[in-house]
Each structure stands twice: as C-alpha cells, then as structure tokens.
Ligand binder design. Structure first.
Ligand SMILES: CC(C)(COP(=O)(O)OP(=O)(O)OC[C@H]1O[C@@H](n2cnc3c(N)ncnc32)[C@H](O)[C@@H]1OP(=O)(O)O)[C@@H](O)C(=O)NCCC(=O)NCCS
Length: 187
C-alpha cells in the first residue's frame, strides 16, 4: 500500500488543469460531496476563489492526488480544520477520474495522508465524514483504522429531494498503526 498514489501540494498547475473543473462539473463525482452549490455547473471563478482561500488558510491543506502508475492527476485530498492544540484534523478525498474508482486508490491516498498527519505532523486523532448514500467511502477509511463514531440522521440534502444520513468516523494514531501493520480487523 502507498505505492499507487502520491500527494503533491495543490498549486496553480492543478487549478488550471481542465480535468479539475471537469470533475467539479461532473454530477456523478460531486453528488456525494455534500455541496449543493455545485449541483449546477460551477463557475471557474468560484473554484479559483475556493482554492485561493484554502491555500491561504492556516488550518486547511489541499493536495493533488497523483496516480504513480502513469503520473496522472486523478483527484484531490484535503486535511481540514487542523487544530494544533488538540492535534486533530479532518480528512477528505475526491477522485475525479471515475474510471479509476474501485482500484484501491482512495484507500492508498487515505493511508498516505494519515501517515503524514500522524507521523510528520504529530497529530493525535483524525476524523472524516461521508454521506450514507456513498457507501464506497467507508471501507477505505475502515481499512486505515477509522471507526464509526456516529450518524447525523437525515443531515445532508439530496438534489432529487430528501436527505441522507451523514456518517462520522474517527481514528487515533495507534489505531492507524495497527491497521497498516495488519493488526486491525479491517486492514
Ligand atoms: C468515494 C471514493 C473516494 C472512493 O474511491 P475508490 O478509489 O473507488 O475507493 P477504493 O477503491 O479504495 O475502495 C472502494 C471500496 O468501496 C467498496 N464498495 C464499492 N461499492 C460499494 C457499495 N455499493 N457498497 C459498499 N461498498 C462498496 C469496494 O468494495 C471497496 O472496498 P474494499 O476495498 O474493502 O473491497 C470515490 O468514489 C470518489 O472520489 N467519489 C466522488 C467524490 C466523493 O464522494 N468523495 C468522498 C466525499 S466524503
């Protein structure tokens, strides 16, 4: 694990790569991001503003997810809400290239980002959340040591009407270590 993807700092090259805007305008990609503002094709200026704010943030860090098999830019990962006192952060992922789903790349990317956050950044605990209508998001986190911690019932709006539960996950450093060493039941 860890060899299939690499995390590069997100910069202007990624912002200006046409693939990035294409993903953010692909309803199949964005429907599970809990971003109703993106249900209509998002303007490039709005994406630029989002990236500018995140690159200027002291609490968020955005990465480009690179498939090392062919060096393709395939998605993004974010460490958000980094709290250096509590030593916590929230982990998010979007793989924009749909034909690469189901190949273990999310699991690999989550592993790489967690490794960096726990080891290099000395964080203590990571969280993640996902819409229950996106069940393929759970296994990549569980396999990296995350546990289910709660359910926000009927929390996220759906475009076609109704609401989705929002699942909350959390992981301590030792749970991650055990999972990647194969000691956890979900590794
Ligand atoms: C969700 C997403 C990140 C998953 O990426 P991925 O690279 O396909 O994930 P992986 O291949 O590492 O793992 C997918 C897992 O889901 C499982 N899965 C697939 N379809 C499933 C389903 N309908 N129900 C339950 N599990 C499912 C797969 O079996 C696999 O688990 P396994 O490795 O234990 O067999 C990707 O689909 C994506 O970016 N979607 C759009 C953006 C998004 O929703 N981001 C998450 C926001 S929180």
């Amino acid at each position: 694990m860890g060899a299939q993807v690499r995390l590069d700092d997100f910069d202007g090259r990624h912002l200006n790569d046409p693939a990035y805007l294409r993903w953010l305008r692909d309803y199949d990609v964005i429907r599970t991001l809990n971003l109703p503002a993106y249900w209509e094709p998002v303007a490039f200026s709005q994406v630029q503003e989002y990236v500018r704010s995140i690159l200027a943030s002291k609490t968020d860090r955005l990465f480009a997810l690179i498939d090392t098999r062919d060096e393709a830019f395939i998605g993004t990962m974010k460490a958000g809400h980094v709290d250096w006192d509590a030593r916590t952060a929230d982990v998010g992922i979007m793989i924009g290239e749909r034909e690469r789903w189901g190949q273990g790349l999310a699991r690999d990317g989550i592993r790489s980002l967690c490794e960096w956050l726990f080891s290099a950044c000395d964080l203590r605990r990571l969280t993640a959340g996902f819409m229950a209508v996106n069940p393929s998001m759970e296994s990549p986190f569980l396999r990296n040591g995350f546990k289910r911690e709660g359910v926000l019932r009927q929390h996220d709006r759906l475009r076609d009407g109704g609401y989705s539960d929002h699942i909350l996950l959390g992981c301590f450093a030792d749970e991650f270590s055990n999972a990647i060493r194969g000691k956890g039941s979900n590794s």
